[in-house]
Design a protein around this ligand. Structure first.
Ligand code: GCU
Length: 142
């Protein structure tokens, strides 16, 4: 399997802004959704072959309420109202994952806030493709 990191601050944003006003993010910042439904982050993700992938969101939610989002791959919702539950404060980051099929080549992954408070703060996604764990055995090299 191969893991690729895609920063939120490098993605396409709608009703969401790059921010740096909390600690613990990776890359050069994170994305803060506007406090309204409908904002999104959209990443373009490349897979070397078609197949199942694990998409892991790193986020913070410093409130006491879930900030649900729809996760869509290539325009199809693969996780509706996915929970992004509280993380104690805005400097505390955690991860949550979805599994979805990717096409060979370019894919879009969009996370759209569905609640009136908008989404959580999102640092990045890690996309694992290729299945089969991380080790290439000697047999596979023959
Ligand atoms: C606070 C916090 C932001 C967060 C926002 C929100 O303003 O500093 O980082 O995005 O709350 O409620 O979404």
């Amino acid at each position: 399997a191969a893991t690729t990191e895609y920063q939120a601050e490098s993605a396409t944003l709608s009703q969401a802004n790059v921010a740096t006003n909390h600690t613990g993010y990776t890359g050069s910042g994170f994305v803060d959704y506007v406090n309204t439904a409908g904002g999104y982050i959209q990443w373009t993700v490349t897979a070397s072959a078609a197949g199942s992938a694990t998409i892991t969101f790193r986020y913070a939610n410093g409130t006491t309420a879930n900030r649900p989002m729809n996760v869509a791959v290539n325009g199809t919702v693969v996780s509706s109202g996915k929970a992004f539950n509280p993380t104690t404060n805005w400097d505390t980051w955690t991860t949550t994952s979805v599994t979805a099929n990717l096409n060979a080549g370019s894919n879009t992954i969009r996370a759209t806030a569905t609640g009136s408070e908008g989404g959580p703060n999102v640092d990045k996604i890690d996309v694992v493709t290729g299945g089969g764990g991380g080790t290439v055995t000697a047999d596979q090299l023959l």
